[in-house]
Design a protein around this ligand. Structure first.
Ligand SMILES: Nc1ncnc2c1ncn2[C@@H]1O[C@H](COP(=O)(O)OP(=O)(O)O)[C@@H](O)[C@H]1O
Ligand SMILES: [Mg+2]
Length: 347
């Protein structure tokens, strides 16, 4: 039997024979279990998958010809740190091959599910916001117009203070609604060099923040160009880097105010349940105080801000634009080091 195709899977696969000895394992399994295919073939299964109970279950599975699933297997072998995996066993009847074992690290599975959930939640949020913004925007025009008419009829000028409040507040709301409704322009696609995007953002931020912020560059110049909307990508990266600059600007005098832009290649990434062979990764890391704990899980939601005067739209928009490119923005943060990671699939 030819197993070559199984090497393309990210799921670890082990095939056993009738005597529960290893007939084959794919490269994902070699990696996961830290074993070498050449030396392990023919050895009993429990040498590669160190779990006592599993052995009995495998024997039973073979005898009854019925598969099983163990959602949380802990593998604690001498060769590696303990490993939590979900395990699916399927009986086969393909010559020597009698049992097929699939193993998936649990964090990986959780991460994929969490990401898919985040994307669909973000979509639902955007829909809600857009509808709400429309509902608010429409009557605002009438409100403002009426205040203007009223103002003209007023015979006591001191009352104009009140109509001006209505007009100014209507304008402010209008502008806010406008920003909530922005990402509507159809994308303008071209081949984009991510480093040109980074450089643009870097010079914009350096102009905006003159007070001694250092922006380090760590570019992988071998990265291919990506098909995308350059303006959207600039806006997305700009919003993230601006937050970083604002964060380091709050540090006390004398502290290290540093932002690093780092690009690299990522292989075999799963975003929102689709797999991509090749992706580029842009990390924006800063030496700031970190994301305040009380908003850490919500920063990508619209109108969530940890700053006075913040609109809370910067990251929502960044995430939206990156998702237009089938990518994702993730974050890890602790005091002294906050890293935003933008992953964009390449064709
Ligand atoms: N690099 C960062 N370091 C610390 N906090 C951050 C960082 N990036 C974002 N945040 C937090 O996330 C919040 C939301 O960001 P954003 O959506 O851009 O809205 P705004 O900047 O208008 O507040 C910010 O107000 C800030 O509290
Ligand atoms: Mg912002």
């Amino acid at each position: 039997m030819n197993y070559a195709g199984l090497d393309l899977l990210t799921t670890a696969v082990v095939v056993l024979d009738r005597g529960l000895a290893v007939l084959y394992l794919n490269s994902a399994a070699e990696q996961l279990l830290s074993v070498n295919r050449r030396t392990i073939i023919g050895h009993p299964a429990h040498e590669v998958i160190p779990d006592r109970e599993l052995h009995a279950k495998l024997a039973q599975c073979l005898a009854e010809g019925r598969g099983f699933m163990d959602p949380e297997l802990v593998l604690a072998g001498p060769g590696h740190a303990s490993l939590n995996v979900s395990c699916t066993v399927t009986p086969l009847d393909a010559g020597e091959a009698q049992l097929l074992i699939e193993l998936r690290p649990i964090e990986q599975q959780l991460r994929i599910e969490r990401e898919a959930q985040r994307v669909s939640q973000a979509q639902a949020n955007r829909e809600l916001i857009r509808n709400l913004a429309h509902e608010i925007k429409n009557p605002l025009g009438g409100l403002r117009g009426s205040a203007q008419l009223l103002e003209r009829e007023l015979d006591r000028p001191e009352l104009r203070e009140y109509t001006q409040v209505i007009i100014k507040e209507a304008d402010r709301l209008q502008a806010l609604m406008g920003r909530l409704l922005t990402p509507h322009r159809p994308p303008q696609l071209s081949m984009v060099n991510i480093h040109e995007v980074c450089e643009r953002v870097r010079s914009l931020i350096l102009a905006e923040f003159p007070e001694g912020i250092v922006i380090l560059r760590n570019y992988d110049v071998s990265l291919p160009e990506l098909l995308g909307d350059k303006e959207q990508l600039i806006q997305a990266v700009l919003n993230i880097v601006r937050n970083a600059a604002q964060a380091v600007a709050t540090l006390p005098a004398g502290a290290r105010r540093e932002i690093e832009l780092k690009t690299s290649v990522a292989r075999h990434v799963t975003i929102a349940k689709s797999r991509h062979k090749l992706a580029l990764e842009l990390q924006v890391c800063d030496s700031g105080p970190g994301i305040p704990a009380h908003i850490r899980d919500k920063i990508f939601y619209p109108l969530v801000s940890g700053r006075d005067g913040g609109s809370g739209l910067g990251l929502t928009l960044a995430q939206t634009f990156v998702q237009h490119h089938e990518g994702v923005v993730e974050v890890e943060s602790e005091p002294g080091r906050t890293c935003f990671r933008i992953v964009l699939p390449l064709q």
